[in-house]
Design a protein around this ligand. Structure first.
Ligand SMILES: *Cc1c(COP(=O)(O)O)cnc(C)c1O
Length: 374
């Protein structure tokens, strides 16, 4: 129950154990085509450029910047946690100029600040932001940010690694342009693949570049010769065949459950966990209307030791939760309820484990105090 990877569903593991076939085998190409259609469903888009990159979520991020940013381009980057900082790095490494809009860690991106940054930088052409900040458990208003970008003639570049499959990501309805995700969070798949989708507008920007995409591996123009349409596919790299069996199975399962039902399950389980933790006196970091159901960031109670509790959970309950990052290190725990991990039995295990650890810790503190006062 950490911030990812989440538990991988046994059906996904079984699919990944099937015999490896060639990456240009016609039955594998059929599977690739199904993966693309299933990902269009997950992203709620009709974008024809929708496929999984053969690399983790961070590579999805890098691919979006590498394809869309050229030297000298201004990019407005929102930062309210770890991953916005990585976006800045990416802009700089592409030779672009990041215009930072910063918000406190634990708060959503402030639309007014973004509006101001877009107004004072009319030459910016991209707005980059993280929809679901896994480092803080915050969800930002992707639709509102996309509307602002549209008004200022900017493309949106969106991190949906933790949101996809766990809470609504409506690529077409919200008008998002370049979106990347990851296989190992709310999709219940193993780590290592990054689903991405590019709108027609984003694709035009890639096609009209003045310079070549600096990364050969991530150049969409080249990858599409392999992931594109029709039966004729050109070798680009050897696809991670078994990993794609796994993603295919996890997306089939998402469609069986139904996207709305999956969002609903994540939300309901979050509310149950919240009630249980609050009954133990544990408070949430993020205000109610900005909370991510799949990533619960809670304040560490003053009398408890961060590392001691986490290692107790691991040692006695076989339960992993996440620590705080950056300025929140030592202040919060991050409890994931992502994908296959988002189940009632996990909530019971987690709340029960916290209850008994807290009791043990406070009982021990009482004994220590009594001993000291003697
Ligand atoms: C996990 C995560 C990433 C990085 O994904 P990797 O698969 O670890 O490379 C990027 N952005 C967000 C918001 C994430 O939660």
């Amino acid at each position: 129950m950490g911030p990812g990877p989440s538990d991988v569903h046994p059906r996904v593991l079984a699919a990944m154990a099937q015999p490896t076939i060639g990456h240009l085998d016609s039955s594998f190409i059929d599977l690739m085509d199904e993966v693309k259609v299933l990902l269009q469903y997950a992203f709620q888009t009709e974008n024809s450029i929708t496929f999984p990159l053969s690399a983790p979520g961070s590579a999805g991020m890098e691919a979006c910047f590498a394809n869309l940013v050229e030297p000298g381009d201004k990019v407005v980057v929102c930062q309210n946690g770890v991953f916005g900082g990585r976006m800045k790095e990416n802009v700089e490494r592409c030779g672009g100029i990041p215009i930072m809009v910063e918000d406190e860690w634990g708060s959503a991106i402030d639309l007014e600040k973004v509006e101001a940054a877009l107004s004072s930088n009319p030459d910016a052409r991209i707005l980059a932001f993280v929809h679901a900040e896994t480092s803080t458990g915050v969800e930002s208003d992707a639709r509102g940010l996309s509307d602002l970008a549209f008004q200022h003639d900017c493309l949106t570049l969106v991190d949906a690694v933790t949101s996809l499959g766990g809470s609504p990501v409506l690529v077409d309805e919200w008008g998002l342009d370049a979106v990347y995700s990851g296989s190992q969070k709310c999709l219940s798949c193993a780590p290592g693949l990054s689903p991405i989708t590019f709108s027609e507008r984003a694709l035009q920007k890639v096609k009209n570049r003045r310079s070549k995409v600096q990364s050969w591996f991530m150049d969409l123009n080249l990858i599409m010769a392999y992931w594109g349409k029709g039966k004729r596919r050109v070798y680009h790299h050897t696809a991670p065949v078994n990993a794609l069996y796994g993603l295919h199975e996890s997306l089939v399962m998402l469609r069986e459950e139904g996207l709305e039902n999956a969002w609903d399950r994540h939300l309901r389980n979050h509310l149950v966990l919240k009630d249980g933790l609050e009954a133990l006196g544990i408070e949430f970091l993020v205000r109610k209307d900005q909370r991510l159901p799949q990533l619960n960031a809670v304040r560490i109670p003053e009398n408890l030791d961060d590392a001691e509790v986490r290692s107790g959970l691991m040692k006695y309950y076989n339960l992993e939760i996440g620590a705080g990052l950056g300025p929140l290190k030592g202040n919060i725990w991050r409890i994931g309820l992502m994908g296959y991990s988002s189940r009632p039995e996990n909530i019971l295990l987690c709340v029960g484990a916290f209850e008994s650890l807290i009791k043990t810790c406070s009982a021990l503190a009482t004994v220590h105090k009594t001993l000291e006062s003697r």
